[in-house]
Each structure stands twice: as C-alpha cells, then as structure tokens.
Ligand binder design. Sequence first.
Ligand code: PLP
Length: 379
Amino acid sequence: MKFNTKTIHGGQEHEVAYGAVMPPIYQTSTYAQTTPGGHKGYEYSRSQNPTRHALEKAFASIENGDYGLAFGSGLAAIDAVMKLLKPGDEVISTNDLYGGSYRLFTKIFEGFGIKFHFIGMQNAANIEKYINKNTKLIWVETPTNPMMTIIDIKATSVIAKKHNILLAVDNTFATPYLQQPLELGADLVMHSATKYLGGHSDVVMGALIVKDKSLADKLYFIQNASGAICGPQDSFLVLRGIKTLHIRMQRHCENGKAVALFLKKHPKIENVYWPGFEDHPNHDIAKSQMKDFGGMISFTTKGNNYKDAIKIVENLEIFTLAESLGGVESLSGHPASMTHASIPKEEREKTGVVDSLIRLSVGIEDIDDLITDLKQALK
Ligand code: PLP
C-alpha cells in the first residue's frame, strides 16, 4: 500500500456489528466478562480500548512500523520512552529541541539519576565522542524546533547500531509524509500527534511507533502501568485527521516554500531558517531524507530587537499568535518567550534562539492572504 492510501486505510477494518466505515467511539472504561478472564480482548480502557487500537494501528501503518502506542500528549509519550531507562544511564540528545522535552529531561529525569548530554548533531561523528558504556539512548529531533537544523538519521543510526544504543526520533515536524525514520534505521519514532497528525488544533496527544516486538512490549507495559493514555474521543479525532495528512502536508509544503522565499527577499529580515534553501547548512541531508521541506519556518529581523519581534507577532492577523503548530491554520510564535521559555537564555542563545526569532507554522490557507498578512505586519 502506498503512503496516500495508508493514511486512509492503514491498519483499519470495517466495524463488525454494523459495518461502520469509521470505528465507533468506544466511550467505556470497562468491558463485561462472562467469567473471570472471559472477555473479547478488552478488559479495562487504560489497558485496551478499540478506538485507541484502531488509531494505534494507523500510527504503525503510516510510519512503516509494526506497533503503535497512543498517549495523552507528546510529552507523555516521551516520558514513557525515558522510563525504559534506569539511574546511571546516559542519553545523548539534540541540543536544539522542543523546550518541553528539555524541561522533562533536565527537571524530572536528571533528578532520577539519568544523565543527559545536549549536543550539536549536524556532524554525526560528534555523537561518538559522548558515548560510553552507560549510553542507552540517542534522542534526535529533526528538523529541530525552532532552528530547523537537520540531523542525518541514517548516519546516526549507524553509530547507534555499532554501540548497541537505542535511537529515537521525534518526527513531529516532518511527519511520515516527509520522512520515515524507521526506514532510515531508527528504533523508535515519537510524535506530538497534537500537531500535523491531528492537524486541526483540537486534540493533545502523543504517539510512539516501533518495529521490534520486545521494545513494543516494554513500552506497552509502561503505557499501562503509568497510565498516560488518551481517550476514545481524542483517538477518533486523530484517526480522522490522519486521513487527510498527505493532502494537508502537500499544501503546507507549497505554502511554506512561498513564505520562505518571500521572507528571504524582505529588507527587514536578517535570517530565514528553512531546510529547502540550497544554502541551508544541512540542505543536502534534508533533500536525501525528506520528500519535501515542510511548513515550519523561523526567522530573525535585522537588529535582533525583542520589541520588533513582539510587534510583528502582535500585528499578524491571519497568523494567530499561539503555542503549537501543524494545524490547518497558520500560527506564529516567539520561541524565546513562549515554547522555549523553559530553556535558560544563555543555553537557548547558543543554538540561535535569540530575542528576535519568530517561528511560523504555515497553514493551508490561500497563499496570497498569508503573504499579504506578513507584508502588513512587517510594515
Ligand atoms: N516534540 C515537539 C517537536 C513539539 O513541538 C512538541 C510540542 O510542541 C512536543 C514534542 C510535545 O508534545 P505535546 O505538546 O503534545 O505534549
């Protein structure tokens, strides 16, 4: 099955009772048993729920994995991955990553005795310097949030395999439409399904997808034991969102390219971060591991003035100033004071998250309206 068919049919079966094409929302916490243990595979909705299962199979299908797991948020999914570790273990992570992931790693899991190395991974060989016998996980975000750095997944997976270390990729920005990390050698894919997979800014959810059964079993154990599951209504909404992922992504990419080109020529703009530019430092890797370049763009204004950046995001009318990304509607954000406020100023500035940086999630509206909006806000 090709990707554009998988988004609609992958892992799905028509419902048995009435032939419903979409799975019903099984809004139930528990399931009748004829005798203790006499059930139809569903005992209690923290452990199993048919609507969630339908979604989890769709997750596995679109990422070319064998097992999918759905969680109550992207961070709940990351939290489950970290619970594979034990005190003394070490993690090597991208240094430019979602602020909430950084907060979870440093404020929760460091306290449980796990050591994190936040490093630049554009040159995969740099990773090897930080590997020792305690290294158990490499955490990669690509493209990174918000600097749009691209990490070579294949090259990283060669290093991970050589040292028998698990490689996890946060594929939130790219989505499986653009990039399929399991095919490039990663062991685990994570999503904030809140973003492009859901696609309509109406759900908070996380996903994990793997190929290996023993890893899936461990993660399922954690999902059930820790209990950070998502509900059936949210599962239904994300399943519905996935069905249009391929056409939404196509438009996100087209609009993203037009916005990136517009910003690059604008006299008030200093830098535009978008992996589709030929002079983007990791453009060749982006071209080789991604089908297109997506709808996420960051930029800075000349003079790097905090007040200018705030004024621009306040003046935008169609681009709504809001946390999050990946919905049909265009959003703007100011990472230093919003998504990345939990990272200390000196740390975030090392990776380029300066005061004038603005991040855009380019939606699927008419491109003329988006450019007109940017023009008036920059004026
Ligand atoms: N990973 C990335 C790249 C994100 O952008 C986000 C949220 O913005 C997360 C993880 C966390 O996901 P959630 O907000 O669904 O918990």
